[in-house]
Design a protein around this ligand. Sequence first.
Ligand code: ADP
Length: 740
Amino acid sequence: MHLLNPISIKNKLQFIIIITSAIVLLLASTAFIVNDLFTFRRQMVADLFVLAELVGINSTAGLMFNNSHTAEENIVALKANKHIIVTKIYSKDGTLFASYFREGLDQDSLSKHLSVSEKYFRHNQKKQARDKIEESFFFHNNHLGIFKPIIFKNEIIGIVYIKSDLDAFHERLFWKIWIMGIVMLVSLLLAFFLSLKFHRTITTPILNLLETMKEVSTDKIYSHRAKKTTDDEIGKLIDGFNDMLAEIEKRNIALAQTRDQAMAASQAKTTFLANMSHELRTPLNGILGYAQILLQDEDLKETYKEGLEVIQRSGEYLLTLINDILDLSKVEAGKIELDPANFHLGGFIKEIAELFKMRANQSELYFTYKVSKNLPRGICADEKRLRQILINLLGNAIKFTPEEGKVNFEVDYYDDKIHFKIADTGIGIAENELKHIFSPFQQVGELNYRKQGTGLGLSISKELVEMMGGKLQVKSIVGKGSTFWMALDLPVVSHKIEEQPVKKPIIGYQRISTEKDSKSESPLKILLVEDNKENRSVLRNILKPLNFEIVEAKNGIEGVNKAYDCLPDLIIMDLIMPEMNGFDATRKIKKIPELQEIPIIATSASVFEYHREESLKVGCQDFMPKPFGEDLLRLVGQYLKLQWIYKETLEESSIKNINDPPSEKSPDEEIQSSIKLQTEQANHFFILSMKGDITGILEFATQIEQSDAQLTPLANKIRYFANNFKVKQLRKMAKKHFEV
Ligand code: ADP
């Protein structure tokens, strides 16, 4: 039956109906024909006996008087029956008395007929006493033969033997089969046409059900119902299916409600986290900003410096925590995205390794790192996220390794993959706890170690590694240490990628622009539109010492007015402010023709991606998240087309070039240098330094630079001291030049 499996129900039904009808018809017709033929054969035998009886009666006289001639004349009359082949009359003792043979019998068959009947007759005679000979018949080789005793006055006086052919029988058989064939054909045709008509009563409801099933599975609309047309088993099947749909629909509604509630809760959580993060980042901006500004003061007492470093580290730690919590909610919402860019791999690893070497020294750990020479020069990846992963793994290694332990950081490149391995000889992780450490908020091992973290780092790192196409793996033995490793298939960048210069403090700027317009030497003007006093103060104190003129506005309206009044070179625009927010203020500024060209950098402590997108849409050139990090000077430099002057550049140049101004620590050397200020200049410098007129000194630096290009390094140095308010050093310098 499995052959029928792929066939449709409609065809199966037709097939079954036709086959069943054919079998039934065949059986019925066969039974009918067999029965008919048996009856016919019986009739043939009976007829032949009647004929033999007649022959016997007619031959009685001949037999009695031994006159075979009369008997033969008598049986010739049998000629009228064309099926009679042979008729013989035997006398009681078995001798042939008279016989008749159908005309046209050849000699061969004649002798055959004779011998058969003779043999049979003798056989019968032997079997039975001669006076007990009974009538009998036999079918042999398409013939029917009968023996009938001739009885006269209750005594057997002879025997009649008649042999007939079976042509009548065969003819009948032939016709019966013919008729049966025609009847079968007609019946099967009828069955086929009827099945065509009636299969619908079964298939239509099934097809309806199938159609509804298809709709439900493709559209996922569980309110569909299959139409019930019958009350039979199919009707019950449809009822069952509809009940099932109703149940699914009910559950879906319940599920949707639960999902909506969960989504609302999740949305509330995200909003809460985002608002919370905004509120936390804003004061952190002040803390980190000022820690950074104050740490630049070289006159700072060592104890204050240490305190400030503690403030900076704690602030940075807090910021990491806030970022981790936000990242986790992004991971949960599947919203985390990578932002790949090309960077120098060696420089990147060195920077991280150096950072951890320093940290390890502080914790009295032995930190080693091995970077393979095969490493590709440049790769394309999300540098920030890769740093986040490595900082987490290296941070953990240091955190969970007691003093005098070892931490090893290895980076290798083979099989087209970058292999990172971080191994420590720390406290290790128990086998049964290994599977938990990648889940959020999971901290394992001793309690006193757990205090130093949130248990979020590894789950975020694992997610990020997977997004980068790798797998973060771990093996660990309690008390012996742990090893974390991953292999990342990051695209290698073939063109030259420059190593990022080591970060040095920026002390001033030069414009790249070649045009020497009147404005080119005056300080560049930056308008800060920011409602938060602390943030304005941080920005002012970072930018002003670098020789920028700072104009401040407390909200959007004031921002637009001040922009119009003072035509700044750049605007830093907070987005969320009272009265008029940064979006509206930017829109307004961008509509004023005189202000249109001024680049605007949007800034916000908000973590909502749409704030960034919206700010770019309204016309801001860029977006800078709070707290301000390296982005601030990078963006300011980029939009004002500046070249930064670094602290070391100045010191390095003073070592390399004897003509440069002497360093602050060896003022005598300055005097020995061949580049000296003219007396007038020296006097002016001296007076300004005594007065502590920083603005005047900055202007003076510009003047001497303009008068003689060779004085540029000296001017830079003066500018640096002036920007950092190092009046003492300025006075020392001025005095030396004045005294010469
Ligand atoms: P956190 O370090 O903030 O607790 P992580 O997600 O980075 O969170 O780590 C989860 C936990 O995994 C840690 O609390 C610590 O129990 C275990 N762990 C991670 N790294 C190591 C390591 N190098 N040695 C021992 N235990 C570790």
